[in-house]
Design a protein around this ligand. Structure first.
Ligand code: OGA
Ligand code: NI
Length: 367
């Protein structure tokens, strides 16, 4: 295989995020472009990790759908539905969220335009050896581990002074504008969701937002190439997100995301223009486990490449993550210890994505 099709090794002229690094990997898109039939050994999952090994949930259940315009109007019934969705599923889709089709389509077009660039162009935005931003892959900690059938570019989007423009493919007309507009919209949705979750946890509306300090937002733009043997590979390994919440925009009509629910995998069916929201590890700890950060994965298919945009909402690096006072009482003892968020992130990037292993670090020693 052409060993030149990899990220890493360039652009390492500044200090990066300080969160860690990941090993260079080949571009899967390029592998498929060169040979669309064979699947290299490093991508063939061990039997127990193959998608068909763990059955999809026999119950044809679907994640809850929350009508965002009702939430924004302060509708208590919808707020209670949000509470149940976060408790029982950790995942929901929002409709009527007010983000225009135009903004969503421009964002998807920007992602498509990036992955359509020739490899040499994409490599100009390659992840540096000391950073996790840019084009490449994260959570690759050894040269032996199996790899995901996924290419991605990770960008820090908020606060604006955290943007490192050397990783932004600004040569694509409209890319920067699309990401900026979409980023603002996701921040607005985040504030609404936080206001509702704050009320549900018995706090003031502004509490969660304030607790996050100067909030961060990053975006992972995902590309899942087609695969001749989708049953042998995994698009993104089972994991939970380290965020407080994640907002996911996915392709209409091509499913891939699956979430763990009652022991099986439930397919998240794309609803045109809806946004999938999930609880991340930080929120699980802040809520003392009232809301769960659920394991999820993506699978691939033979027919169509799939893109998605995961927007991660993160507390400021310096914020202490642990159960908020409002959610701890005699009936709800503290189940998580308190750690500085940056320490949590630094810890989790040293591990391969593997189910909920990351959150074990947050659990109190004595539970
Ligand atoms: C992620 C993620 C799922 C998808 O990027 O963290 O879970 O469907 N993505 O792309
Ligand atoms: Ni995820």
């Amino acid at each position: 295989m052409d060993s030149k099709v990899e990220n890493g090794g360039v652009n390492d002229d500044d200090k990066g995020w300080g969160w860690g690094s990941s090993r260079p990997v080949p571009s899967v898109q390029e592998i498929v472009r060169n040979d669309s039939v064979s699947v290299p050994e490093r991508y063939i999952q061990n039997q127990e990790n193959r998608p068909q090994h763990s059955e999809t949930n026999p119950v044809s259940s679907e994640i809850p759908i929350i009508n965002f315009s009702l939430l924004a109007d302060g509708d208590e019934h919808e707020r209670k539905r949000l509470d149940s969705a976060c408790k029982e599923w950790g995942f929901f889709q929002i409709t009527n969220h007010g983000v225009t089709d135009k903004v969503l389509h421009k964002m998807k077009d920007a992602v498509t335009a990036f992955f359509d660039l020739p490899l040499v162009e994409k490599k100009k935005y390659a992840m540096a050896t000391n950073d996790l931003q840019g084009y490449g892959q994260i959570y690759v900690v050894s040269d032996e581990q199996k790899l995901d059938w996924n290419d991605m570019i990770l960008l820090m989007t908020l606060p604006t002074n955290c943007r490192n423009m050397k990783y932004w493919p600004t040569s694509i007309p409209g890319f920067k504008e699309a990401v900026e507009e979409y980023s603002i919209e996701m921040q607005t949705l985040t504030n609404q969701i936080f206001a509702n979750l704050s009320l549900l946890m018995g706090m003031e509306k502004e509490s969660l937002q304030e607790y996050h300090g100067e909030m961060k937002q990053s975006m992972r733009l995902n590309y899942y190439p087609t695969c001749s043997s989708p049953d042998l590979v995994i698009g993104i390994s089972p994991h939970s997100d380290e965020s407080s919440i994640t907002l996911l925009l996915q392709d209409d009509g091509i499913s891939g995301l699956q979430i763990k629910h009652e022991g099986g995998w439930v397919v998240v069916k794309p609803i045109p223009n809806a946004i999938v929201v999930n609880i991340g590890d930080a929120m699980e700890a802040l809520s003392n486990g009232r809301y769960k950060s659920i394991e999820h994965r993506a699978v691939t298919n033979e027919k169509a490449a799939r893109i998605s945009v995961a927007t991660f909402v993160l507390p400021n690096d310096e914020v202490e993550i642990g159960p908020l006072e409002a959610v701890v009482d005699d009936d709800h003892p503290r189940l998580y210890r308190t750690v500085k968020y940056v320490d949590y992130i630094r810890h989790s990037v040293t591990m391969k994505m593997e189910g909920k292993a990351h959150t074990d670090y947050l659990k109190s020693q004595n539970v």
